[in-house]
Design a binder for this molecule. Structure first.
Ligand code: ATP
Length: 418
């Protein structure tokens, strides 16, 4: 490792504004006689020559003050975390974290740590895995030098993932999911000691709470093949300790892959979660919503999925009228329909979903409420009823033109007057 290698990595693998900010941070730290380091994922990705997703800087000084000085004059959004003395900046969608080097002390498993000021070595010791516990100096005297007190480089070269100490998963059980995620993403094996600890401590996962568990799931759904992580979670007992109703076997795994084939690489978490909920009944789907403290929107998708499942037999009928099909599907979120499409191989169901998506969902009567008023309807709930009737007749192809719609409305008025 040398300064030039790091400089060219930063230049070639990071957005230009991040590269400039990091170099500017290095100069600023030097001018204040502070040691500044790159840490965590970026260091790992540098050593693996992969493109980093974010950048973490650490210094043994007040990071909030330093970060505010660094970002002065720029219009980037910064979030302060006084509890940890961190600053997190959003640089055009790229996350730059600046942290104060710290020691952490975990009072209880799964609880947030108590924080003490520390040096870089202590800061690296609080991290999840040895491969994430390395730093690169940005100080002028040793720019680009690797700080690797826990032999992360050895693990990296052996394609191995291991925790820094046996209490690691107890301190923070969310690291269990992180282990499965990195192992899949990097193609690294979890070391046998770490795997034993992971299985021993999997029962502590509920201690992290719904929000942190949901965050871990969200991270997993962003990976290239989330199904492999879930299969591993099933195999190691992590899944049953996290989401007791969910079973990850080849069925959801195949369906996840099919979802990407059908809808592109970036499948939404809503679709993945609906697919995971396919074999759940209503109370279990509700337990999943609570267990992950899901947002209103995702919860609605899961509930819509349950509703679609209740209509499966009807959706598979060849003689289903377009208006009835529309009535069933129009209330459902798009992601629930997409997941239902993937989950069901029945060609008639798929044809109906396609018909709705491609044609029916765009159909509207030509007449509007104002036209009905002009045609003599009194303002009130009748207008809505007539518009709904017009839509259904139009969906079923019974009133194709505007004239047909007007004729229908007039006939209806005449009937009402009899
Ligand atoms: P990614 O490429 O997924 O962003 P990353 O390593 O940058 O990987 P982050 O979640 O951004 O991951 O975390 C940054 C660093 O903070 C990690 O590399 C790790 O050193 C540390 N870290 C994050 N979460 C934990 C945790 N739960 N326990 C210990 N250390 C953690």
């Amino acid at each position: 490792m040398n300064a030039e290698e790091l400089k060219s990595f930063l230049k070639n693998r990071l957005p230009p504004e991040i590269n400039r900010l990091i170099l500017h941070a290095a100069e600023l730290a030097a001018s204040q006689n502070l040691h500044l380091y790159l840490v965590g994922g970026l260091v790992r990705d540098f050593l693996l020559n992969k493109t980093p997703k974010d950048a973490d800087l650490v210094l043994a000084a007040n990071a909030i003050k330093f970060g505010q000085g660094l970002l002065e004059g720029f219009n980037y959004k910064a979030t302060l975390h006084p509890r940890f003395n961190n600053l997190s900046a959003d640089i055009n969608g790229f996350k730059l974290d600046i942290s104060t080097a710290r020691n952490e002390f975990y009072p209880d498993p799964g609880k947030l740590p108590e924080v003490l000021e520390g040096d870089i070595k202590a800061d690296l010791f609080r991290r999840d895995f040895k491969i994430n516990a390395m730093a690169l100096s940005l100080s002028p005297q040793d720019f680009g030098c690797l700080v690797d007190p826990y032999n992360g480089l050895t693990d990296l070269k052996q394609h191995k993932l291991s925790v820094l100490h046996p209490k690691s998963f107890r301190d923070d059980p969310s690291r269990i999911w992180r282990a499965l995620r990195y192992s899949e993403r990097l193609g690294f094996d979890i070391s046998s000691e770490t795997l034993t600890l992971l299985q021993r401590d999997a029962q502590l996962i509920p201690l992290i709470g719904a929000d942190r568990l949901r965050y871990e799931m969200e991270c997993i759904f962003k990976e290239a093949k989330p199904e492999n992580i879930l299969l591993k979670a099933e195999e190691t007992g992590v899944l049953k300790n996290s989401l007791p109703f969910i079973k990850a076997d080849n069925w959801p795994a195949d369906k996840f892959a099919e979802a990407r084939n059908m809808y592109g690489e970036n499948v939404s978490p809503e679709i993945y979660l609906c697919l995971l909920s396919v074999r759940l009944d209503k109370p279990q789907a509700e337990a999943l919503i609570t267990g992950l403290h899901l947002s209103k929107y995702i919860s609605a998708c899961l509930r819509d999925y349950q509703c679609l499942a209740e209509h499966l037999a009807e959706l598979g009928r060849v003689d289903l009228s377009p208006s009835r099909l529309y009535g069933i599907l129009v209330k459902c979120k798009k992601e629930a329909r997409q997941a239902f499409n993937i989950a069901n191989d029945n060609p008639i169901v798929r044809k109906h979903l396609m018909l709705f998506q491609e044609e029916l969902s765009g159909i509207k009567p030509c007449l509007k409420g104002t036209d009905l008023l002009t045609l003599g309807f009194a303002p009130g709930p009748d207008i809505k009823t007539v518009l709904a009737e017009l839509l259904n007749l139009k969906l079923d192809g019974k009133i194709p033109s505007r004239t047909d719609e007007i004729d229908y409305v007039k006939r209806r008025q005449a009937d009402d007057q009899v």
